[in-house]
Design a protein around this ligand. Structure first.
Ligand code: PLP
Length: 418
């Protein structure tokens, strides 16, 4: 059985009392510690750490990281606007997007940096801003991710300019007198540290092909250990050989490149927990399963249903009956058999009972490792369940509500009866 990472039963209970159930809780001290660890990534000639805000875009978290010295990686024009509204300066925002916004020109004029992610994006940019400088995102031909859905490099991935289109990119840039000053690669979430290092070297080869490059952005993808048995990436270990490669590059090319990294998961995944309530327990008999039904599920945490991702789950029985445990299948509240919180690893459709403390209806259930891609990437409002509140557990032990629970009026506010 897992034990709680940063909550304790009393704090979890008081969060339920004060903010209702379910509620996301983020641990400020851990967020700051991860920011500090990322900022000490080995580098030869300077480092910028960008928070990949799609992992958890709450304004309070953006502001916390901004004050801790992080910059921002935005994945859409809307994210750029959201970061600006949270108070992040445009000069600290970089946009690498699958959909170049219609108003990209005004973002560039405001000082946002753009990494163009396809040849057609490069054409549109070159037409609007000839004789300027810009960044290019490449697909280096190699990818790595925890699952096929989170692997975003290699021939089956649409992200970035394909490596063999290098000459085409070069001539498009030259045609508009564009200076390519940044090379960007990002190969996937939860990537293998060895593959990550190899891609870092491939990115330096790309920097060699563009003599005006002054910055190489190696993306994010650093794996964290959410659940017992998983291993996280040691940033010092993956960073050291990359630092040496930057030094070698400087010797060969007389160019000192700045390094950028863009972690999302690494900064927030283990800083988040969901406080939920067991609202029913059902069984399909001795040959079947016993299901703990939460007042939550894919409406807050989609990763298990989508990827077969594993999250620690801890039940907190009010009446502790010794150390008794039971193999429960934990399910969500949606009318959807895929709303499953305990799938087999990487097999979202397969039930995998978990040994949890023997529980009753009304007991608390805490799901951990939910800081990244949960609140931000849920099946929001499915079955008309309202979006859950978000709470920041401060370094001094106090709590701040950083997002209210949604109301039915808000769910329906854009509907119009004809
Ligand atoms: C999603 C994303 C990241 C962050 O990935 P993590 O696996 O959360 O670290 C970084 N850069 C880009 C371009 C991304 O799309």
């Amino acid at each position: 059985m897992e034990s709680l990472r940063f909550l304790d039963p009393e704090t979890a209970e008081s969060i339920r009392t004060d903010f209702g159930s379910p509620a996301f809780v983020y641990h400020e001290a851990y967020l700051l510690a991860q920011a500090k660890a990322a900022l000490s990534f080995p580098n030869a000639f300077g480092l910028t750490v960008r928070y990949a805000m799609k992992a958890c875009p709450n304004a309070a978290i953006l502001r916390l990281f901004d004050q801790a010295g992080l910059s921002i990686d935005a994945s859409s024009g809307h994210e750029v606007a959201r970061a600006m509204r949270a108070g992040v300066g445009t000069e600290k925002i970089s946009l690498s997007t699958q959909e170049l916004p219609e108003d990209f020109a005004s973002l560039v004029e405001d000082g946002v940096k753009i990494n163009l992610c396809s040849l057609s994006q490069l054409e549109r940019y070159a037409e609007r801003f000839p004789n300027t400088s810009v960044g290019l995102r490449f697909n280096p031909g190699l990818g790595s991710g925890g699952t096929a859905k989170t692997n975003v490099g290699g021939p089956s991935s649409s992200f970035g300019i394909w490596k063999d289109d290098l000459d085409r990119a070069r001539s498009l840039a030259a045609g508009a007198n564009l200076s390519i000053e940044r090379i960007h690669t990002h190969i996937g979430s939860g990537s293998d540290p060895e593959v990550w290092k190899r891609v870092a070297l491939l990115s330096l080869d790309l920097a060699e092909a563009f003599p005006q490059v002054n910055t190489v952005n190696l993306g994010g993808g650093f794996k964290v250990a959410r659940i017992a048995g998983e291993t996280g990436t040691d940033l010092q270990l993956v960073g050291e050989p990359v630092k040496r490669a930057f030094e070698d590059f400087a010797e060969r090319n007389s160019r000192s490149l700045q390094l950028e990294i863009e972690p999302g998961t690494f900064l927030v995944a283990n800083a988040g927990a969901l406080v939920a309530t067991i609202q029913d327990i059902t069984s399909t008999g001795p040959e079947g399963n016993t299901f703990l039904k939460l007042d939550s599920g894919m409406t807050e945490i989609l990763r298990p249903s989508l990827y077969g991702a594993q999250h620690p789950i801890v039940t907190l029985p009010k009446e502790v009956s010794g150390n008794e445990t039971f193999p429960y299948v934990v399910v969500g509240h949606c009318c959807e058999s895929g709303d499953l919180l305990t799938p087999a690893e990487n097999q979202p459709d397969v039930l995998a009972p978990r040994e949890l403390a023997l529980s009753q209806v009304g007991d608390l259930c805490v799901i951990e490792g939910v800081g990244a891609y949960c609140s931000a990437m849920s099946a929001k409002n499915y079955n008309s369940f309202p979006e859950s509140p978000e709470v920041l557990l401060r370094t001094d032990g106090s709590t701040s509500l950083i997002r209210k629970r949604q109301t039915l009026d808000q769910i329906m506010e854009n509907e119009i009866l004809p």
